[in-house]
Design a protein around this ligand. Sequence first.
Ligand code: MTE
Ligand code: MO
Length: 223
Amino acid sequence: MGRRVILGMLGLGAAGIAVGPTAQNVVNFFFGPFRSQIGGLIPAAGGFRYYSVVDSVPSITSATYTLKVNGLVTTPRTFTFQDLQAMPQTHVTKDFQCVTGWRVPGVQWSGVALPDLLDAVGAHGSAITFSCFDGAYTESLTMDQARRRDVLVATSMLGGPVTHDHGGPVRLFVAPMYGYKSAKWLSGIEVTNKVTPGFWEVRGYDVDAWVGRSNGRNDVQTS
Ligand SMILES: Nc1nc2c(c(=O)[nH]1)N[C@H]1C(S)=C(S)[C@@H](COP(=O)(O)O)O[C@H]1N2
Ligand SMILES: [Mo]
């Protein structure tokens, strides 16, 4: 980074502190794409780092949570947390890997496999757009990616509820891809015919975010 860019960021950071966001949020917002270069400033519990692109996110409980599923579907539907819990549950254990380099091994996730949810509404488009109740973050998948059984609308992680900081009560978990695909505070799923690049994707990250073979990585593939 050039000196001017860094000074610019510090200026913005100081302005941000005046309105009261946490240090981590300032780091996330202003250093987003450069996080790997300043790496590991504020570790959270269990190896995860708390990421949000906004200063504060409303708290929504499982009692008031709703997930709107619409677009190219036979039956648009709004799911409550209870609706999701009443559907068949899928469990996935997988390392959680952020594109900036940190990894949490063997994280347990549970919830509704996205293909089961898509079947419940009769989805017939070729792409999905995800929206979040933080009001800012979005993500995307192709329909083929969304129909993998290791893509979850997750209601549980690490053996308990998805906490607010981790994107609860419901977040996405896209097991084969880098963490930025796993949208937190999930509030909407729209079925479309065109992939719309998500928040970090319009800022330079790959839309197809396969772990080990995207974003400039070319790891030896073991499976
Ligand atoms: N709504 C929302 N979802 C998000 C993010 C975000 O900033 N906002 N960050 C993404 C990134 S880059 C990662 S690595 C993970 C981090 O999850 P965590 O905050 O539970 O550690 O969430 C992803 N989902
Ligand atoms: Mo990330």
